[in-house]
Design a protein around this ligand. Structure first.
Ligand SMILES: *[C@@H]1O[C@H](CO)[C@@H](O)[C@H](O)[C@H]1NC(C)=O
Length: 321
């Protein structure tokens, strides 16, 4: 296979725990991580270097559009911003799940131009789960079908409509992160999550009506959660605040997101299949550093556009925005 031949050359580029890809990390990334020794326990520097070359597989879902058929106006801007953040991350595989019946040219074109290793999936949110115009975002869980489709693909369920069609081969070391397209991610976050053995956690900034939400850590273990809302949820974590080791996801084939989960329990619906809260692995300096922020893109006002359109002088629809 094409990828296999490249593996050894890329592997030679890993120095001091940091892997650089040819061309300064811009070229397509390897579909498979380097083959790692079978030994169970490794220590210190060696383990660090090995962990750092493991693959990242963020499943990225789009928010459902407010009205069926109308993509959000900020979609392309958000995806450009996200894809350029992801371009800074070595050894990354982007699973983008479009909320659409079939892939749209806008997203397909963007993925092709991104230079990233990607897999394009598409699944339309069922009508009953769709947000209605004017409904606040928290009323129903969003992106459930899309995240579950990404999990299904990773488990060999197929359905890729673009990019890499085959899931990582069994035994691949990888880490799955569910990234939203409007959050702000520090590149450091992706280095933190490379260490994940089961489920790793960290704080998320500007969420839940607080400066940050996140696990409380004592002596290197998660002992509770800093959150203002329903602290008794099994995992009071934001979607952006955890990552899961791929082998664990594959070992638990029933673990997925539950569309019927009550408000704020979507994350718990997946994680309760996977890990005991006491075994969560704190990252980001024992959860004292914020490396991801729950930012929101403001909905653009289109008043002038509508006015000009009524006069037949609207912006050229052939220009993709
Ligand atoms: C986290 O806390 C543990 C236990 O107190 C300590 O040994 C470790 O060095 C800390 N890690 C970081 C990155 O600060």
């Amino acid at each position: 296979r094409r990828a296999r031949g490249r593996r050894s050359t890329r592997r030679g580029r890993c120095r001091g725990g940091v892997c650089r890809l040819a061309g300064g990390g811009r070229g397509p990334l390897l579909p498979a991580g380097p083959r790692l020794p079978r030994r169970r326990r490794r220590y210190g520097h060696e383990a660090e270097a090995e962990e750092r070359v493991s693959r990242l597989l963020p499943g990225v879902d789009r928010r459902p559009p407010l009205r069926a058929g109308a993509a959000r106006l900020v979609q392309k801007a958000e995806l450009v911003r996200l894809s350029q953040t992801l371009s800074l991350v070595p050894r990354l595989h982007w699973l983008l799940v479009e909320d659409a019946e079939s892939p749209t040219p806008l997203v397909s074109g963007l993925l092709a131009a991104s230079g990233l290793l990607f897999t394009h999936l598409a699944v339309l949110t069922p009508k009953a789960q769709r947000l209605r115009e004017g409904e606040p975002g928290w009323v129903r869980p969003r992106g459930v079908e899309q995240r579950n489709r990404a999990l299904d693909w990773l488990r060999g369920g197929g359905g890729a409509v673009g990019g890499e069609k085959d899931p990582p081969p069994p035994g691949t070391r990888g880490v799955v992160y569910f990234a939203d397209d409007d959050n702000t991610y520090s590149r450091e976050l992706f280095e933190e999550m490379r260490w994940t053995r089961g489920v790793s956690v960290w704080p998320v900034g500007l969420v839940g009506g607080l400066r940050f939400e996140g696990p409380r850590v004592q002596d290197g273990r998660v002992v509770g959660f800093h959150t203002a809302w329903e602290p008794n949820r099994p995992f009071p974590l934001d979607m952006a605040g955890f990552a899961v080791a791929l082998p664990l996801l594959l070992a638990k084939p029933n673990a997925q997101f539950d569309a019927a989960a009550p408000r704020g329990h979507l994350e718990s619906s997946l994680l309760s299949h996977l890990v005991d809260p006491k075994d969560l692995e704190p990252r980001a300096a024992n959860c004292t550093r914020v490396l991801v922020w729950h930012t929101r893109t403001e909905k653009p006002k289109m008043k002038q556009e509508e006015q000009l359109q009524r006069q037949g002088r609207g912006s050229d629809p052939a220009v993709e925005v």
